[in-house]
Design a protein. Structure first.
Length: 572
């Protein structure tokens, strides 16, 4: 017999069994770290003959230990969740309205068809269309982007019914037609329409510049069903402010949408993303409407990013499996995941005050009144927010302790990666990419942060190019790392790679000449680890002759810097 007093659950929280292993291992590892650091400090104070090298090694160990400690929160209580959309109310009139924000900034780096596919995948949600509004913020103010969305609005009248009739999962036309798709009665016709639209947009045919592309009283799909609202916003920007600044675009969209639709649920999506599950908003409702928990206190829901086009072994670690999949389960077991900038459902009222504040939802747009449009222009102005508050020898028995710390940390990392569905080669590439990012982007980020705090620099949001380079794409598929531009990021990577190689070569020469391999085992292990991880850098410097090789200027400059550093560095 079912208990009539308890409604069926909308979602379930599942605690992963490995949390107890993680907790026990954390205690053992912590004790080992403190023991080893105490031993290192004692040697530094009373027994060392080369204070400089020993001090640098101790500092490096302390930094690595700190990084390990800060990561343990992800492992204390990892959880998974399962949703039950089938238990949601059958009456769709009870579903809240939803505003979707898409941001684009530069039509040269972010081709309009990329944003069009994102919008079409969102418009194809299995959600009441009269409750769905899609807003595009175009910081570039491009007529080509406007053209693309006007064409997308026409194509959507055929695409949305086609997807819903045939239960298509990937409702981004580009993703669908480049996959091994199934042919249905209208498939060829729809593909011809999409190719025609794509060709027209890419040729840049000039068109009008209306602010609102769809009128809710007139636009229906080919079956006569209402279409989602599709609203284009070209954001005003002052010359004194950075041109590309995503947060500003989202703030404008929040104010403009409040004026027009004011939906209580807001979804933020990057222009190069698309939904691979049309039931995603229903899964979000499983949390926002869940009667068995205090769902009113949920401010936002973060869905993981799944990247398309990643090669089998993910040579750049670009899938960010730990950030978007593994660490998220640990965050969820604590206070909830962090916001990663896209794929996030918010309660609108969370932006304005405490969770109990109210949002007055407007009815479906019947027409855009002149007073409403004037208000939209007012809240989108750039000055709207002005003045508001917004190593050792190792024959030493202590070497076993060091080996445990090294193997234990990497072993646990590898285990989590495998349990998350990754491959051994993918894990190796991921940890190598972490080392590369630590030397390059992380280093420059720290410098930029310090300069910004000292008011010596200002942060600028730069758009990543989404334009596909076919030659670079082919090299990527073959596992070749790209170094084909003169970037400051490559200098620390190249210098570190060459330093490890120089140290290894001179170390081997010294052993052949003077012996003492057992006394230098740990040093060989460390530099050997660096050399193995730097193999793509050596390839790019001397073994490759394609456009993705390391620029000669960087190679020569890095070799000179590495040689100088090795000559002036203290020797053991």
């Amino acid at each position: 017999m079912k208990n009539q007093n308890h409604p069926p659950p909308f979602h379930r929280r599942l605690v992963l069994r490995r949390r107890w292993f993680n907790r026990i291992f954390a205690v053992i590892y912590t004790c080992t770290v403190f023991t080893f650091l105490l031993h290192q400090t004692t040697l530094l104070l009373f027994h060392t003959t080369n204070i400089t090298i020993s001090l640098i090694m101790l500092l490096a160990d302390i930094i690595l230990a700190f990084m390990w400690f800060t990561h343990q929160g992800f492992r204390m209580n990892p959880v998974h969740r399962k949703t039950f959309p089938e238990n949601l109310p059958k009456d769709e009139t009870k579903y809240p309205a939803m505003d979707v924000f898409i941001c684009t900034a530069d039509p040269d780096k972010e081709p309009p068809m990329v944003a069009v596919n994102t919008a079409l995948s969102i418009m194809g949600f299995d959600y009441p269309t009269e409750k769905l509004s899609v807003y595009l913020s175009d910081d570039g103010g491009s007529r080509l982007t406007l053209l693309a969305f006007m064409e997308a609005a026409k194509f959507a009248r055929h695409w949305i019914p086609y997807c819903k009739e045939n239960q298509i999962m990937d409702r981004s036309p580009e993703a669908y037609f480049t996959s091994n798709y199934t042919c249905f009665p209208r498939t060829h016709e729809i593909k011809v329409m999409y190719d025609s639209m794509k060709d027209k947009v890419e040729k840049g045919v000039a068109t009008g510049s209306d602010d609102v592309l769809l009128d809710g009283t007139k636009e229906t799909d080919v079956l006569g069903h209402a279409m989602p609202n599709l609203i284009y916003v070209s954001r005003e920007k002052r010359k004194a402010t950075p041109h590309h600044f995503k947060a500003g675009a989202l703030n404008v969209l929040l104010r403009v949408s409040e004026t027009i639709t004011n939906a209580p649920i807001v979804l933020t999506v990057d222009c190069d993303m698309y939904s691979n599950d049309p039931k995603t908003p229903l899964k979000a409702l499983c949390y926002f409407l869940n009667p068995s928990i205090d769902s009113d206190n949920i401010a936002f829901l973060q869905f993981p990013q799944i990247f398309q086009g990643i090669n089998q072994d993910d040579i750049y670690g670009a899938e960010f499996k730990f950030i978007f999949q593994i660490n998220m389960t640990g965050f969820d077991g604590l206070l909830g995941p962090s916001h990663v900038g896209t794929g996030c459902f918010f309660r609108r009222r969370a932006f304005y005050g405490n969770p109990s504040s109210q949002t007055l939802e407007q009815t479906r747009i019947q027409s855009i009144r002149s007073d409403m449009l004037s208000r939209c222009h007012e809240v989108a102005k750039s000055n709207f927010e002005a003045q508001t508050k917004w190593g050792y020898e190792v024959s030493d028995p202590w070497f076993l302790l060091y080996a445990f710390l090294f193997i234990g940390a990497y072993g646990q990392d590898f285990l989590e990666f495998k349990l998350g569905g990754g491959t051994a080669r993918g894990w190796y590439n991921n940890q190598r990419a972490w080392i590369i990012r630590s030397l390059s982007s992380y280093t420059y980020a720290v410098i930029e942060y310090m300069l910004t705090k000292l008011c010596a620099s200002s942060a600028v949001f730069n758009v990543t190019s989404k334009v596909v380079d076919e030659e670079a794409s082919t090299r990527y598929k073959h596992g070749m790392v790209e170094f084909g531009v003169e970037s400051l990021f490559f200098y620390p990577i190249s210098v570190a790679a060459l330093l490890n190689l120089i140290a290894l070569i001179f170390g081997v020469m010294g052993v052949f000449k003077h012996g003492g391999l057992q006394d230098l085992f740990l040093q060989f292990l460390l530099v050997g680890f660096g050399v193995v991880n730097s193999w793509p850098v050596y390839q790019a410097m001397v073994l490759r002759n394609d456009p993705g090789k390391m620029p000669l200027k960087i190679t020569l400059t890095s070799f000179a810097i590495a040689s100088m550093l090795y000559l002036v560095a203290p020797k053991p």
